[in-house]
Structures are given as C-alpha cells and as structure tokens.
Design a protein around this ligand. Structure first.
Ligand code: NAP
Length: 498
C-alpha cells in the first residue's frame, strides 16, 4: 500500500496542520529556507523527506550556492531523524557512504514526457545509482503521456515513485499507487501545491481514499474535456464507500482519441469501467465490442462496462442518461407505464434531448420536440420511433402536453435568469423536468412551482444515470441516497468557490 507525502512549501499553521495528517512530509527547503531545517526535521522526526531542489529542477531559492545545497543534503542523509533525502540524478555522486536516511534519486522534466523507452533507460540509470527509491516526474502535455509513466512503474526493480505533472497527468498521482508506487504527493490545500496537477491532501485522503489503493483496487473514471468540474467522482466514490467496494473513480481529461484512450486504459492499467462525457460520447463507440441497441439508436454512449472474458476483455457501451431521465419523468407522472399514451414536450435537440426523446418514444409517449434550431428538431423527430411532432418553442403555450422536459442548456449557470419556455406554457398539475442542475433551482423550475406543476430537478437525472452505471459495473443496487447527498455537497462546495 502506498504512502501519501505532503509537499510542505510553507510553514503556516494550515500547512503544518495538514502535514500532521500525512504519512510523510516532504520538506521543500528551497521554499522553506535552509534555516528551518532543524525545527522541521525535529517536528517531523522519522517521517520527513528532505528536498532542496535546484532552480533548473524546479527549485525556487536561486541564491544558495550548489556547494551549500549539496552539503545540506549530505547532512540530512546522515541524520537519523530523516526518513529520506532526495538527490537529483547527476548529484548522486554526493550521496554519503553509509547514509542513515533512505536515498531517493530523482529526475524531473518540466517540459514534456519522454518516450516510454527513454523513460525506461532513465529508470535503469537511476536504479544503477546507490539509491533506495527511484523517482521520475515528467510533464504530461496530453493524456497518452500517462502511459509512459505507467510502463516505467511496471518495469521497476527498485521501489519507485513515478508521476506526470499537469492536468493531463493528474490521474497518475493515484493510478501509480495501484501499480505499486512507493508513495504519492499531495498539497496542503488547493493552490498550495509544489507542482502542477498536485491535488490537495484532503481530496487525496477523503474523496479518493488514496491510502486504501492497492493492486486489487478496481479502477473506474469519467473522461471528457473539460473534466475538472465533473461531480461524478464525488457520487461514485461515496457510493463505493457506502457499499464497501474496493474501487476508486477518477476524472481523466482526454483531448485526443477517446477510443484509443479507453483501450489502453483497459490493456495497460486494468480499467474496470468508464463514464463518458462531452465531447466523447460518439467517438468512443469506435472501441466497443458491443453497443446496447438503445445507445446505438441515440448515437451516444456514456457508460463503458469492461467484461472480463476469455480471449481478452470485451468493452460494452450503454446510455444511462436515457434511462435516468425517463425514469425521473415517469416516476413524477405516476410510476411505471404512466408515459404510455401521454404527451411530453421536450425542449432541445442536442445530446441530452436525443436520449430523452428516444427513451420517451420507446415507452409509448407522444413527443413534441421544440428546439431553437428547428432543423435539428426535425432530424431528431424523423429518427425516433413512435409519434414525434416538431413545434417552435414559441408555439408551446398553445400546445397541450402533460409533461415538459428541458434538455437545453438554457437556465444553466451563469444564465440563471433565462428559461427555455414562456411561463404561460406551464399549467397546474403538469410535470416539469429540468435536466440543468447547476443551479439546482432554475428559473423554469420556479416558474413551474408558481404555476402549480410537479417539479423534478436535474440532480435526479444526474444521480440516476450514475446509479445505473454503478449497477452495470457492480451488479449491486446503487446507494442512490448517499449519491444524491454527495452531489448536493459538491454543488454547495462549487457555490462557495463561486
Ligand atoms: P448540447 O448537445 O450542446 O445541446 C444543447 C441544446 O441546447 C441544443 O438543443 C441547443 O439548441 C440548446 N440551446 C443552447 N443554447 C440555447 C439558447 N440560448 N436558446 C435556446 N436553446 C439553446 O448539450 P447537451 O449535452 O444536450 O446538454 C443540454 C443540457 O442538459 C445541459 O444543460 C446539460 O447540463 C444537461 N444535462 C444534464 C444531465 C443530467 O444528468 N442532469 C445529463 C446530460 C446533460 P440548438 O440546437 O439551437 O443549438
């Protein structure tokens, strides 16, 4: 099981308190200053890593001479209170004979990630030095760079730390633990990191439970671009804890080919399942061995199940948005079977609308599609099975329907004051469903409440699609209640950040 080291760059109260919660504390003396050595080594006796990075390896204290810097590292290596000392490759000639601390020999690349074979040569060179732990840090400029890091980890014959900096490399900070890395690093708090892409300690310990990640931990995630604000990690990781499942769910920023990414994640890291979000729901279908007929008809997959089968794992694609949205509407209309023969107006003709319109038509509803761009509504209506009519959004107040679903982005933050329909279209007793969940209470929803409608928020669909994914992946009922409270916590935290 890997350890978590807090990269201490400031001795303020918050950072020192965070350091108490970590297994190890990396004393970044180039940030903290050499005079702080005694007090900090004493405070973190037996669990500190002494690092005094030189400027061309990412250090910030450019005034100190190389001679002084290396002397301090050599002194730390002979100090019984120190857990480890980090010498950069090239400076390893200064490692004292018979050190008391463990010796890390490291290499950092702040520009890019070398090819996997070059990284392997570097690892072999470091392993040939008198080090106890190899450390290789690169910069990921796009997501395939992570695979070079994973391959260097898997081929190591000494204990190793390997990760890639930057947003694309961020998952390596956790996946490396599954692949046997000695430790990973965290920042004292968001924005206090010593390297790009470093996550805060509380996030690493709480959301991702990094101390529990082992080779046996099942790896799931969500891929998209952008991905930083996805709330899927919050709901899935909370669900695994609730269900007592040894699994972790990470966000992956993927800018290139999503099909290639998924294949490599399965083959090289043992991915167990993936959620797919914008803009990859169509292109990811190229890597699938089987696509659920509903997802095929919608033309979008948001869930990939990896089925271990003889002859290699098979990748299966589903669309959980469709089931979640239609279940939410159907429940509000009176339960199973209530959609058959009812008329539902759907605003929008994009990805979410496609899932909802196909799903409603499959359940026997008569559907009205109303979209700003009429031609897109007409295309969708022509593709869906069943009775589907097209109206302009301005015609909705004169139309008759039992439920209305907003599948446009109108009303979403920062456009909270807008609604996709005129309030006169909303009638007492009508079911009004909004797929937008940020904000949780949209203008459409408050108009609908004022008109006496039954209102369903977008979080119900969001949690519902996550619950369907959980069930597809684990074969167990999803703890939907805790998933919803995790999503609410996520929305509140987002609100606090503005
Ligand atoms: P999309 O494919 O980009 O489609 C956007 C839709 O919104 C299109 O129909 C577009 O009309 C319409 N639209 C955008 N701006 C508009 C405006 N100013 N006035 C009128 N119509 C406008 O996006 P999507 O993936 O379908 O997502 C749509 C919404 O569903 C988003 O708010 C998203 O957050 C939400 N969603 C929620 C969940 C959930 O779990 N709750 C899941 C998926 C999506 P045109 O065709 O005229 O451009």
């Amino acid at each position: 099981m890997g350890k978590i080291a807090l990269a201490l760059t400031s001795a303020d109260d918050g950072s020192l308190a965070a350091a108490e919660r970590a297994d190890l504390v990396e004393l970044r003396l180039d940030h903290l200053g050499a005079p702080s050595y005694e007090a900090l080594v004493d405070r973190f006796r037996g669990r500190c890593i002494v690092t005094y990075r030189k400027p061309d390896e990412g250090g910030v204290d450019g005034d100190v001479s190389e001679h002084v810097r290396l002397d301090l590292l050599a002194r730390a290596a002979a100090d019984e209170r120190v857990w480890a000392v980090d010498f950069e490759l090239g400076c390893h000639g200064h490692i004292p004979a018979d050190p008391k601390a463990k010796i890390i020999v490291s290499s950092h690349d702040f520009e890019f990630t070398p090819h996997a074979s070059d990284l392997a040569s570097m690892r072999d060179e470091i392993e040939s030095t008198p080090c106890d732990i190899v450390k290789i840090v690169t910069t990921a400029r796009h997501e395939p760079d992570c695979f070079a890091v994973y391959s260097v980890l898997k081929g190591a014959s000494k204990p190793i730390i390997a990760l890639a900096m930057g947003e694309f490399g961020s998952p390596t900070r956790l996946v490396s633990l599954k692949l046997g890395a000695e430790l990973t690093f965290a920042a004292a708090a968001e924005g206090k990191g010593s390297a790009p892409g470093q996550l805060a300690l509380d996030e690493m310990l709480g959301l991702y439970r990094c101390r529990e990640i082992t080779a046996a931990t099942s790896l799931y995630g969500v891929m998209g671009d952008p991905i930083a604000h996805s709330m899927s990690p919050a709901i899935h990781n909370r669900a695994y804890v609730e269900a007592g499942i040894d699994a972790v769910y990470l966000p992956f920023r993927v800018a290139g080919d999503p099909a290639e990414f998924v294949r490599r994640m399965v083959d090289e890291v043992g991915l167990a399942g993936m959620s797919v979000t914008i803009p990859h729901k169509e292109a990811v279908m190229n890597c699938l061995d089987h696509i659920d007929p509903v997802a095929k008809r919608i033309g979008a997959v948001n869930t990939i199940v990896v089925d271990a089968e003889r002859g290699g794992p098979k990748l299966k694609g589903y669309n959980s948005d469709q089931r979640a949205a239609c279940d939410s509407i159907e429940k509000a209309m009176g339960g199973e079977g209530s959609l058959a023969g009812s008329t539902v107006a759907v605003c929008g003709a994009g990805g979410a609308a496609r899932a909802i319109v196909h799903g409603l038509a499959d359940r026997g509803a008569r559907v009205i599609v109303a979209n700003r761009t009429r031609s897109r509504a007409e295309t969708l209506a022509a593709e869906a099975a069943g009775t589907v009519e097209v109206l302009d959004p301005s015609e909705l107040p004169g139309a008759s329907f039992a439920a209305l679903a907003n599948a446009t982005s109108v009303g979403m933050h920062p456009g909270e004051t807008s609604s996709p329909v005129d309030p006169s279209a909303l009638k007492e007793g009508m079911v009004v469903f909004d797929s937008v969940y940020n904000p949780l209470e949209t203008k459409l929803m408050s108009d609908a409440r004022a008109a006496g409608c039954v209102v369903v928020d977008g979080l119900e669909m969001f949690v519902g699609q996550g619950a369907v994914q959980f069930e597809l992946w684990t074969g167990r009922p999803a703890p939907a209640g805790v998933m919803r409270s995790a999503a609410l916590d996520g929305l509140r935290a987002r609100g606090r950040k503005g």
